[in-house]
Design a protein around this ligand. Structure first.
Ligand SMILES: C[S@@+](CC[C@H](N)C(=O)[O-])C[C@H]1O[C@@H](n2cnc3c(N)ncnc32)[C@H](O)[C@@H]1O
Length: 263
């Protein structure tokens, strides 16, 4: 199976053409090794992209968010919690925090270094929760695999007139933020990295340069079932954490298990 053929098929697909070329090439190459027939290989690639990316999107969410942000006429988008609550439900991961957003972002805010560097990897719409964060980092680097999501976030940062805040493409299976982060956020990301490459979650934490990291895990499936996920992810993190990373705090808030880590 020719990898290029698969890559071109995905590059033409409506749902996944906006994903970064890096991740398309990686997933197609992996599938081409496993499947000889193009149909089966293509179906595997699409299944993977559905699990790690599309399943978290509500219909047309990137366009809806972009239009709302561009049409915003209030005074200060970064202070506008009511408007923020219109944006957060557009992405499933932030939607799951609505109702407990104050508690969750207050917990995360304790780790924000004012004027420091915050890197938010596999960020989804999380940077749009800035109005609930109680401190402002000096620089906010948001990373995603989707150009459409990156575009929404950059429109938001420009509207907020935050010069040091930018969104860009990063496949966290293949890389980590390039510099040091005072705070690294990897919220509900590590299980997806494991899904894409066994061992990648801990490898990612080892490779990334940070002072503090907040990582989180879902404790209920997207269908709302509690399948022993808290115990599973507790053991997963605590048994596999690299030696140079220490656990500073652990908290369950509603359906999310958080760890504060120090390097
Ligand atoms: C469960 S969502 C979490 C979003 C956000 N961190 C939050 O908690 O609100 C996972 C996000 O990771 C992104 N993602 C999946 N695989 C990735 C990868 N290899 N590199 C970077 N981001 C990835 C997806 O596009 C999705 O937006």
């Amino acid at each position: 199976m020719e990898v290029n053929e698969l890559v071109e098929e995905i590059a033409k697909s409506k749902k996944y053409a906006n994903l970064s070329r890096d991740i398309i090439e990686r997933v197609c190459a992996e599938s081409a090794v496993k499947y000889k027939k193009k149909k089966a290989a293509l179906s595997e690639v699409k299944k993977e992209f559905h699990i790690v990316y599309e399943s978290f999107l509500t219909p047309n969410c990137q366009n809806i968010a972009k239009e709302k942000i561009m049409g915003y006429e209030g005074e200060d988008i970064l202070a506008d919690r009511k408007f923020c609550l219109e944006l957060l439900p557009l992405h499933i991961s932030t939607k799951e925090r609505v109702g407990v957003e104050k508690e969750i972002y207050s917990f995360i805010s304790q780790c924000i270094v004012p004027d420091g560097i915050l890197s938010d990897v596999g960020c989804g719409f999380n940077p749009l929760a800035l109005p609930f964060m109680e401190k402002r980092p000096g620089r906010y680097f948001a990373y995603e695999i989707s150009r459409d999501t990156v575009d929404v976030l950059n429109v938001y940062f420009r509207k907020a007139r935050m010069d040091g805040y930018t969104a860009s493409i990063l496949d966290a299976v293949q890389g980590v933020p390039s510099g040091y982060s005072d705070l690294l956020l990897a919220l509900k990301l590590l299980p997806l990295l494991q899904q894409q490459k066994k061992g990648r979650a801990m490898e990612f934490l080892s490779e990334a340069s940070f002072g503090t990291a907040v990582v989180s895990f879902p404790t209920k499936s997207m269908a709302g079932r509690n399948k022993g996920m808290e115990a599973y992810y507790t053991a997963f993190l605590e048994d596999n954490l690299p030696e140079n990373i220490l656990i500073a705090d652990r908290r369950v808030i509603y359906n999310e298990l958080f760890y504060v880590l120090k390097k």
